[in-house]
Design a protein around this ligand. Structure first.
Ligand code: ASP
Length: 326
């Protein structure tokens, strides 16, 4: 150990600099290659095995995660906390930024430079696009983007892709339909970009005013990914292998009438699901606010709660990797 310390004066004892993603930020899905994804999913499977066998273990003992959330979260915040604690680490939770120095006017760069004095990694959710990149410019410790406004949600996209792999057994060759608020939903922005590394067909179903951003469609064109935009789910449902449903993102609307007009545009019911493939995977990043009726939950195709669990294993893998332990 001492020799290791001598060779790498800035490397904490026991950390391995040669591991994938050691010390790196996780900011956007464009930073990953297909080989990285297979590696992450391999580590996530190992994490699942360990959790199933022993619940928690000490891989990240002594490590501290600062969990800094400027926007509400249930799953992302609690799954990062669960991930850290199952790996034996601990968490500084800051989810009520109004009770922190943020309410005194502290800037994001100062807040992250303060937290990294105490923590080894910072998970950040912020309402502004690009906030995680800004934080990463100032922070010495890894920043993990847990959603930046309508921008990206890379760890969600990784867990979504992991769900598709585990549930369908493959990604290449699939037809994947994204439904709902495709303009404001950051999860679909990240997921479509990640899927464009595979041989997939994408369908986008949304009201006209919530259509998928042209900028990302142009990226798909550049990568040669076939895609179609539709208003009616019926037009693509029977040929979808995965249906990824999203909620209309109320908090991004300036005009309440516009929200009221589109909020119930699509509702998945057992009757609708009867027209889907028997092996289709039905996903949702959650929270749902009416887009999938609860009667659908018992259908074996409903994968959204399993999707949450896959998320913890993926986040365990990411934490172990950026902290040099996987
Ligand atoms: N939980 C996801 C997110 O933070 C999806 C959503 O809020 O609709 O983006």
């Amino acid at each position: 150990m001492a020799a290791n310390r001598t060779q790498s004066p800035h490397l904490p004892l026991g950390d391995r600099r040669d591991t994938a993603f050691y010390g790196q930020d996780i900011l956007e899905v464009a930073q990953f290659r297909r080989a990285d994804l297979s590696y992450i999913f391999g580590v996530a499977r190992e994490m699942r095995e360990m959790v199933e066998r022993i619940g928690s273990f000490d891989l990240l003992k002594g490590k501290i995660l600062a969990s800094l959330f400027y926007e509400p979260s249930t799953r992302t915040a609690s799954s990062f906390t669960a991930a850290m604690e199952r790996l034996g680490g601990s968490v500084i939770p800051i989810s009520e930024v109004r009770y922190s120095s943020v309410s005194k006017g502290e800037s994001l760069p100062d807040t992250v430079r303060s937290l990294e004095c105490y923590a080894d990694v910072i998970v950040l959710r912020h309402p502004e696009v690009g906030a995680a990149k800004l934080a990463a410019r100032y922070a010495r410790k890894p920043i993990i983007n847990a959603g930046d406004g309508i921008g990206e949600h890379p760890t969600q996209a990784l867990l979504d892709l992991f769900t598709i792999v585990e549930e369908s057994g493959r990604v290449d060759g699939l037809t994947i339909t994204l439904l709902g608020d495709l303009k404001n939903g950051r999860t679909v922005h990240s997921l479509a970009r990640l899927l464009s590394m595979y041989d997939v067909k994408l369908n986008f179903v949304s009201p006209e005013s919530l259509a998928f951003p042209d900028k990302i469609l142009a990226e798909l064109d550049e990568r040669g990914i076939p895609w179609e935009a539709h208003r009616e789910l019926e037009e693509v449902l029977p040929r979808s292998d995965v249906l990824y449903v999203t909620r209309v993102q109320k908090e991004r609307f300036d005009d309440p009438d516009h929200y009221a007009r589109v909020k119930d545009a699509y509702v998945i019911t057992p009757e609708i699901l009867a027209r889907a493939r028997p092996q289709m995977v039905l996903m949702h990043p959650l929270p749902r606010v009416g887009e999938i009726s609860m009667e659908v939950d018992t259908d074996p195709r409903a994968a959204y709660f399993r999707q949450m669990e896959y998320g913890m294993y993926v986040r365990m893998a990411l934490l172990a990797m950026v902290l040099g332990k996987a």
